[in-house]
Design a protein around this ligand. Sequence first.
Ligand code: GRF
Length: 216
Amino acid sequence: MSTPCNVVVLISGSGSNLQALIDSLAGADTPAVIRAVISNRADAYGLERARQAGIETRFLDHKSYADRESFDAALIQAIDGFNADLVLLAGFMRILSADFVRHYQGRLLNIHPSLLPKYKGLHTHQRALEAGDAEHGCSVHFVTEELDGGPLVVQAAIPVESDDTPETLAQRVHVQEHVIYPLAMRWFAEGRVRLGEQGATLDGELLPASGHSYRT
Ligand code: GRF
């Protein structure tokens, strides 16, 4: 078997996406190994999930660094200590510096709870409801210097129901997140997804601007 892809996951909170990633690697012959989970919050429940799965954890407190650049430099050092081939942002609530993003160009993915390019930033479920959208969903994308703006790998859409609230929408979007993030990780680990000059590619073919459209 070829060497598995070393993955490092960055979190700040509950880590339900982290759990889905962990669970997806439970079988034999998996193309990826999660080497470490790093959090900028000591009380992130995701750290507990990692410990229960026997994965190494690190806590890096952004408040004890003078500025974003020095925190990000420490983060790079920690991540590179695990020989990461792929870095996954899974609810990591920090804006990353240009240096950080450049360092991991082509091997840094994020999951965002909207059908990007709609609703970058926060409160995505509420914004989709307020706009009266018929569809909402989630996206996995390569991270570039533009916040929530890098080339899309995969999206999953769900219909918005007339009685949806931000909470019910969030719940159903989360279910989809837990499917498409493990899928994107696997594709990357298998060498199927790459960041090319023109955008994200799957099996050597340029993906559409909206990424691969995942349907259950
Ligand atoms: C998810 O909604 C993800 O899309 C966003 O942050 C949230 C993290 O949730 N980037 P969890 O910690 O994985 O449960």
